[in-house]
Design a protein around this ligand. Structure first.
Ligand code: SF4
Length: 209
């Protein structure tokens, strides 16, 4: 990462972390993907049951592979024929891993979801939720975060899964009600009732989309 961007990200991350703390959430900043991986492994004790939504960032720092290969009970929903069984195990797990679609400078997390498995687990169920978030996802405010979620994250995800939505062809949100829409639920996490249930590792890198 360019030195000037790193300097900027360091200062911006401090602001985001302060915002998270004001909302009973915990923030950490990692200068590299390797540092982010080490911090995540420090936070997740061996023997924990761990599940995840479809977070690319979790894969990009190498965390999913480490957990699959390590001394953890990793609930890999792709390996389950019965997705409902995997979902119920997820709600009861020690750690749920995710990225977010956007985060504001004052620590509000924004996520959109089609099936709602991710946003529902963020809201309730898993004992801890750990977000891995590239600094590319930091937005000025909730409006900016919603715009990012709908015009950057959602179209790329729709294209990735080959969905038949307007944004798959236009690249930006057309506020559709297509049966394939992935924008069924919008979750704005502005406070954690359970102090420090939610942690965020901000990474000085471009992760996910
Ligand atoms: S509402 Fe429809 S067009 Fe807009 S981002 Fe979601 S899926 Fe795409």
């Amino acid at each position: 990462m360019n030195e000037n961007i790193t300097l900027r990200n360091r200062k911006l991350a401090a602001k985001v972390i302060k915002g998270l703390e004001s909302r009973q959430m915990t923030g950490f900043y990692a200068e590299t993907k390797e540092e982010a991986l080490a911090k995540a492994l420090e936070l997740i004790p061996e023997g924990s049951s761990v599940s995840m939504g479809g977070g690319m960032s979790v894969h990009e720092i190498g965390l999913a592979d480490k957990l699959k290969d390590g001394n953890y009970n990793f609930i890999d929903r792709d390996a389950y024929e019965d997705k409902r069984e995997a979902m119920l195990l997820t709600y009861d797990c020690d750690f749920f891993l995710s990225s977010c679609n956007a985060i504001t400078e004052d620590g509000v997390l924004v996520n959109i979801d089609g099936n709602a498995n991710r946003v529902s687990a963020i809201c309730q169920g898993p004992k801890h939720v750990l977000f891995i978030v590239g600094m590319n996802k930091v937005c000025d405010d909730v409006d900016g975060a919603m715009k990012r979620a709908r015009n950057v994250a959602a179209p790329i995800n729709a294209q990735r899964f080959g969905l038949s939505t307007p944004c798959s062809s236009t690249g930006s949100c057309m506020n559709c009600k297509s049966p394939d829409t992935i924008c069924c639920q919008f979750l704005i996490t502005r406070f954690s009732r359970h102090k420090d249930r939610i942690s965020v590792i901000l990474v000085n890198d471009n992760l996910g989309f």
